[in-house]
Structure formats: C-alpha cells, structure tokens
Ligand binder design. Structure first.
Ligand code: F6P
Length: 536
C-alpha cells in the first residue's frame, strides 16, 4: 500500500486543489467532519476519495485499530521505557479507571484528584496560609516542557473562565531575568509555589524552585514554615520530600503518564487553581468525548485519524517537511508552542520501535503564531516560496465585546486559506497592475513579483466556542493525531532520548565553569567557556 501511495503522490503532486472544487460541487460537505463541537474542513487539501481510500487501507494494513486499543488498554507501548501510555484513563469515568488500572490504582488516581481539589479549596478559601499567617494571593507553577505547556496553554485559552481571587503565574525557563520578573509581580509572603516535575531532577525546575525557597527564607520565612509554601507534583516523592515539601502536599504522577500528555493529572493543578475544579473537570470531559470518538469512529469519519493521515500524506508522500499551525484566536496564541513540544518531541525520531533507521520522510517541523500576526511575518514565504501545509484554527464566536474585530479576524483566517490555495498567476498579476493604472512596461516588470504559485494545502478547524470542554477536545484531538502519526510511522511517540545529550553536556560545561576539565569539548566550546569566565 505504501508503494501505491508513493505512486499516487507523483500523480497528485501537480494536481490543482482549486480545480477539485470546480469538479466536485459537494466537496466541502464530502471533506469535512464535525464532532465534539469542532468542525474539520479538509477540503482545501490536495486529497480526494481515492487518496483517502488508500490512506485508510494503509492504516488498516498497519494495524492501527490494534495499536489504538493497545494504548487505551494499557499495553506497554512505550517500549524503550517499558511503560504503558494511559493519559486517557485519567479523564475517563471511574469504571474505566477500574477496568484498566485495577481497583488499587484507580482509587489512587481518584483520591489524587480529590486531594488536588481539597488543596485548591483550602488555598482559595483562605484556610491555607503562608508563614506570616496571611492567606495566599498568588500561585507560582514551576515546571518546564510537558510539566508546563499543557496547563499554560489552557490557562491562556480559558481566560474568561478564570476565577476571581488567586493569581496564577508560570515559571519555566532557567533565566534569572524571568525569576526577577515573577518576583516583581508577587509577594512571596502570600505565594504558594507548585513544583511540577515528574523526575524532580530537571535542572531548570529545581534551580527555580531553590531560588524561590531561598528568597522565602531571606524574606523572613522560618525553616519550619517553608513547607506551607510548597506543593509538589511528581513521580519522585522522596526527592520532593528531601527538598522540603510536606508529604501531604505531594501529588503523584505515574510512570504511565508521559510528561507532555500529563495535563489531565495533578500537573493540571495550577490550571485548576485558575479556572476552578469544575471547569477542569469539563476540560477532562471534553477530552474524554474526543477519546470516545477516536476509539469508536471508523477511520473515514475519525477526526484525529483523518488529521494524522492528511499530515502523513503531505509529509511522507507529497514531501512537504513543515507544518504551520495558525490559530486565529488571541486566546490560543500559546497553542503553536504547546504543539511544537507535543508533536516534535513525540515524532522527531530517527529509528522505529525496533531500532531500525526510518527511511520514510516523517515528522514535519511544526511552527506557528496567532493570526493575523503571522500574516505580517512568515506568511510571505508561505505565499511565494515554500509550500507549507497549514492547519488554521478559528473560533466561531469571539469573546470580546469588539465584534467588528472578530469579523475581521475570521475574515483574515478564511482569506488566507483561500489565498494559499488560489494563488495568482502571471496574467492575473499583470491584469491587476493594468487595472490599477500602472503602465504596460512597469506592469510587465512588476507582475512576476506579484505571482503567488498557490496550491498550498490547508485544513481549517472551526471551534464552535472556546470553552473548557471544547478546549479539552482540541487538546485530545492533537494528542491522538500525534499518536496516530507515530503508530503509522512505527515509532515510539512516548520517549525523548534525543534531549539527553544536551543535558549531559550542560553538566560538562557547568563543570568547566567551575574550573574542571574541558578536554572533551571542542575548541569552539572551550573558547566560549573562556569568554564567559572572563566576563563573570
Ligand atoms: O524536555 C525533556 C523533558 O524530559 C520533557 O519530556 C518533560 O516534559 C520535561 O523535560 C520536564 O521533565 P520533568 O517533568 O521531569 O521535570
């Protein structure tokens, strides 16, 4: 089937997407799909029923159904770490938790959720207090990567659902300037620090947590009162305790929940603080609805599967090695950053699950920015130089009182997908110049610069209204899309060995800063270390 898809791709690469619409008046109805208050329009893709039929047949041939079931049933599909992948069970009803995890673990997951709610309640109600006896006004979530992006993207997206009272802040990067920025906004005396780290050894997180601990001490918090200011979410409770977190304020993570899929666990603590536990439950409910759709719908009508197969068609067969994700919604401006981590850390692999080289083109470079800002930046290149498949995301209903802004924003979104597809040929460009009063010679000179090849494929994902529930469905849609792509490419989407060497060499460089051997380093890095040492 793979070979047939390569052959089809050769045939289709010259195909005009605009022409499909001339030939198929019903194309939008045929190539769009609604579920969970989301509508996916993939009619502007270079695809038709023949290609889709082959992609679906290939998915069946690859045993996609069995792979989906293996994930949901808790098989150890993360084979390099010998772990199951069960973020889905966190948002499923209790009966499913019991069925998949067994009684003991199901009850642990359930009681973790309850403890999270209790701690949040005690902070919000003012029962929990800081070292000086004052109630908490701020929460700083310290974590990075998967222990940061999920809550942060939802925190921004669900701004209008934030509860009054507590202010929530995020501290991810290891940059003193970022710490100073946070400290300017908060009073540590009334701040709860939530350390989110599955391993509790992540350099950035531990450094930031230690700095906040030190600042608390310097500000007058006694050593005995320190635990009042810390909650930890981790799979290494003994390390959190050694740091000084009270064991009753340590919420577990489990090895069967990958960091970048962990929003649904207590990693969602800062988000639940911000939007309230009920809205957090709605987020989970939206994700569960998408899980059910994913598990039960035939591939032809399965949104995550279709999104994934179209992505594979563009990348592996048509040879487009990037993917732009463009939310036309200010509230989703963090979504491309979140997606970069989930997608590229999951799919950016060199070998398959057996350790054999992957020769197929896989794992597009994912980038994006909220519209319309991207139109005034990288979209020039997309219109005239490179074909970059695009996923537009837009909310039908705006959330500001400025309705004209929303009309203009959405119009720009729809216009961009049309422009990417239609393009403009030389004759159109020339005629346009003449029509605007430019003389013939100048028109001939100018017209080539105005040509846009067009035929760039895109999908548009329309969100009925951005709510906790639809946000949950959106997040789960992309989680499953990424899983399906990994399953089809036969790679392990749930490990991230590629980030390790940088961490190891980071230690080597810090040792070099401390005057230890630089022998293993290149001349470039040695010189850079020297420069840093001279300046500091
Ligand atoms: O970037 C590598 C990574 O291991 C991510 O997968 C993970 O989400 C992040 O670092 C943070 O890890 P931890 O939760 O253990 O601090």
């Amino acid at each position: 089937m793979e070979q047939q898809l390569y052959r089809l791709a050769k045939e289709y690469s010259g195909q005009s997407i605009s022409d499909y619409f001339v030939q198929q008046p019903e194309r939008f109805n045929q190539l769009s799909l609604s579920t969970c208050d989301l509508m996916l329009d993939y009619s502007k893709q270079n695809i038709d029923s023949v290609v889709l039929g082959h992609l679906v047949a290939w998915a069946k041939e690859q045993g996609l159904t069995a792979k989906i079931n293996a994930m949901f049933n808790g098989d150890k599909i993360n084979n390099t770490e010998n772990r199951a992948v069960l973020h889905t069970v966190l948002r499923a009803p209790y009966a499913i938790k019991q069925q998949v995890l067994g009684d003991k673990l199901a009850s642990e997951v359930h009681s973790t959720h309850q403890r999270m709610a209790q701690i949040i309640n005690s902070i919000q109600s003012g029962v929990a207090k800081g070292y000086s006896g004052k109630a908490f006004t701020d929460v700083v979530a310290v974590g990075i990567g998967g222990s940061y992006y999920g809550p942060k993207v939802c925190h921004e997206a669900l701004k209008s659902y934030r509860q009054p009272g507590l202010k929530i802040h995020y501290l991810a990067n290891v940059d003193g300037t970022a710490v100073v920025g946070k400290l300017e906004k908060i009073n540590l005396e009334t701040t709860l620090v939530v350390i989110i780290s599955k391993t509790f050894v992540t350099q950035e997180t531990i450094l930031n947590a230690n700095v906040l601990k030190q600042c608390l001490l310097e500000q007058g918090c006694g050593v005995d009162d320190l635990p009042k200011h810390f909650v930890a979410v981790t799979a290494a409770p003994e390390k959190a305790q050694a740091f000084g977190v009270d064991s009753k304020n340590i919420l577990p993570m489990w090895d069967w929940v990958g960091g970048r899929f962990s929003l649904w666990s207590a990693v969602g603590f800062p988000l639940a603080c911000a939007i309230g536990v009920e809205n957090f439950e709605q987020l989970c409910a939206g994700a569960y609805e998408m899980d059910q759709h994913f598990q039960t719908s035939p591939f032809e009508n399965n949104m995550p599967v279709l999104l994934a197969l179209i992505g594979i068609w563009n990348c592996s067969f048509l040879g487009h090695n990037s993917l732009a994700v463009l939310p036309y919604d200010h509230l989703l401006r963090d979504f491309p950053g979140y997606l970069q981590q989930v997608d590229m850390e999951s799919s950016g692999k060199r070998v398959d699950i057996n350790g054999d080289d992957i020769t197929m083109a896989i794992a597009p470079i994912v980038f994006g920015q909220e519209g319309t800002n991207g139109q005034h930046a990288f979209m020039q290149l997309m219109h005239q130089r490179h074909v970059i498949p695009t996923e537009f995301i837009v909310s039908l209903k705006g959330q500001s009182p400025f309705t004209e802004h929303h009309r203009v924003l959405v119009a720009n979104c729809f216009a961009q997908s049309e422009a990417l597809m239609q393009g403009k040929d030389l004759k159109q460009a020339y005629d346009e110049c003449i029509a605007s009063g430019i003389n013939e010679q100048t028109a001939r000179q100018l017209a080539p610069h105005k040509v846009m090849p067009g035929n760039s494929p895109s999908s548009t994902l329309v969100i009925e209204q951005l709510t906790p529930k639809t946000m949950g469905s959106l997040m789960a849609l992309y989680e499953h899309k990424i899983f399906v792509q990994g399953a089809m490419w036969n790679l392990n989407s749930f490990d991230q060995w590629g980030v390790e060497l940088g961490k190891q060499l980071g230690e080597t460089i810090i040792n070099a800063f401390d005057g230890k051997s630089t022998q293993s380093l290149s001349g470039s890095s040695k010189a850079l270390v020297d420069m840093f040492l001279k300046a500091n």
